[in-house]
Design a protein around this ligand. Structure first.
Ligand code: HAM
Length: 428
């Protein structure tokens, strides 16, 4: 049997990771400008964290989580889940470590793999990577604005153009019951014609009906009342202020009153950035406000509200690649040198030289010892090395090194003390 990676989970090879690194470096530098600190939470959390925070009625909790009992042979053991997202974990950590007692807002970011048992397709995987950031401890519209401004900067730094910001307010604890009642009333005679999920959700959580993807249900959903007619005063003012700030800072957006997002913790602001280069899975990132989530996990009212986003690195990288087709794709720093030990006897001196040169900042690799010189020089060229350093018996004894400049083909003798600087000059 050939063993291959699990369906929907893939290896990221060096040609991929170079893009992921570039994105992660850009994200770290932008997050630092906005005073975010990194949080690393466990990959595994109690299943109950997600059913409480993300919601029982969501596709994620209902159908997509990898959950197992711990200990494994005890069906009554604690149920553990591979995290499908990291907002719940971040808020759990915020509550567990009483972070709201620290001065100022708590601004945290994270990067890492998430797991959802979705149907795999381009841009949709069962193990995928997210970079996310959360601001906890406040609920001003200016915080929402700053998060979106930070995303604009990140998109710019990654060279992604043409991403569309889609915005909505999904209401809050005060207006939700009234809106739910209105949705139930509007759905009453339509439900028998809708999918089983909609029929169930109309009872348990009617807002989720808006998230239905079944094509036949869409005309019914399009005719439902929108939350905007039901927003209570604070929620309405919050959204109006956010929109003013976006306008004032020249950040265009499209208002979509049907945007509810696939997680139940959202209150008021919800948003996504969509991108045309991604095909069916066109959401580059998504996020929103979740006032009350920390409190539902045990924090006092003083722990405040929260807002955050997560971007799909797999999709972001596709958009970066599409954007950079005409520009420079990232490339690895080239090798400054390949050391060529002429025979096994020179392997020792070559290893010693390699260690010294690397300490002096030379990026280098070694050819296997005892190969024909011509073959090793070919290898040096294929690896893109700037120079080849021949390590033969004489060179090892005299410590005068034969250096071949692979761009010009010229060979010269270089004294031991000058070798590092010489190779750096050739390789930079
Ligand atoms: P989400 O919309 O479920 O939100 O996921 C955020 C992003 O992760 C998506 O826009 C997409 O780019 C990427 N993504 C999701 N599922 C997959 C998949 N199967 N394969 C590849 N990429 C995927 C959240 O996860 C929230 N925690 C975001 C958030 C943070 N809200 C507030 N704070």
């Amino acid at each position: 049997m050939n063993l291959t990676a699990v369906k929907g989970m893939r290896d990221l090879l060096p040609a991929d990771t170079i893009w992921f690194q570039r994105l992660e470096d850009a994200a770290r530098s932008v997050f630092a400008l906005y005073n975010f600190d990194e949080l690393r939470t466990p990959i595994v959390e109690p299943a109950e964290l997600f059913s409480r925070a993300v919601g029982e009625d969501t596709d994620i909790v209902g159908k997509e989580m990898y959950t197992f009992p711990d200990p494994p042979d005890d069906p009554n053991g604690t149920r553990l889940t591979l995290r499908p997202e990291a907002t719940a974990s971040t808020v759990r950590a915020y509550v567990e470590h009483r972070m709201w007692e620290r001065p100022g807002l708590t601004r945290l970011y994270y990067m890492g793999p998430m797991f959802r048992r979705e149907r795999p397709q381009k841009g949709r995987y069962r193990q995928f990577y997210q970079i996310g950031a959360e601001v906890l401890g406040g609920d001003g519209a200016w915080i929402d604005f700053e998060l979106l401004a930070m995303l604009r900067m990140l998109l710019e730094r990654c060279g992604i153009e043409g991403a569309e910001l889609v915005l909505n307010s999904v209401g809050c604890a005060l207006d939700r019951p009234v809106y739910h009642a209105a949705l139930r009333a509007a759905l009453a005679d339509k439900l028998p014609h809708m999918c089983a999920d909609c029929q169930r959700r109309a009872q348990t959580n009617p807002l989720r009906v808006l998230d239905c993807k079944v094509p036949a249900d869409q005309p019914i959903i399009a005719a439902l009342p929108t939350i905007h007619d039901f927003l209570e005063e604070n929620c309405r003012n919050h959204f109006a202020l956010l929109r003013q700030l976006l306008d004032a800072h020249d950040m265009p957006y499209r208002l979509d009153p049907r945007l509810v997002r696939g997680l139940d913790y959202y209150t008021s602001t919800a948003f996504e950035f969509l991108h045309g280069a991604l095909g069916a899975q066109n959401a580059l990132l998504g996020g929103g406000r979740y006032n009350g989530l920390a409190q539902s996990l045990g924090a006092p009212a003083s722990a405040g509200g929260g807002i955050g986003f997560a971007l799909g690195e797999d999709r972001f990288v596709l958009a970066m690649q599409a954007a950079s087709a005409a520009r420079q794709a990232p490339s690895k720093s080239p090798l400054m040198a390949l050391l060529l030990p002429i025979s096994q006897a020179e392997l020792g001196p070559a290893l010693e030289l390699a260690e010294r040169l690397r300490r002096a900042g030379v990026r280098l690799d070694l050819a296997p010892p005892g190969r024909k010189l011509g073959k090793s020089l070919e290898l040096a060229a294929k690896l893109g090395a700037a120079a080849a350093v021949i390590v033969g018996t004489d060179e090892a004894a005299t410590r005068e090194w034969q250096v071949k400049n692979l761009a010009t083909g010229l060979q010269s003798k270089v004294a031991d003390g000058e070798l590092a600087a010489h190779l750096q000059a050739l390789g930079n």
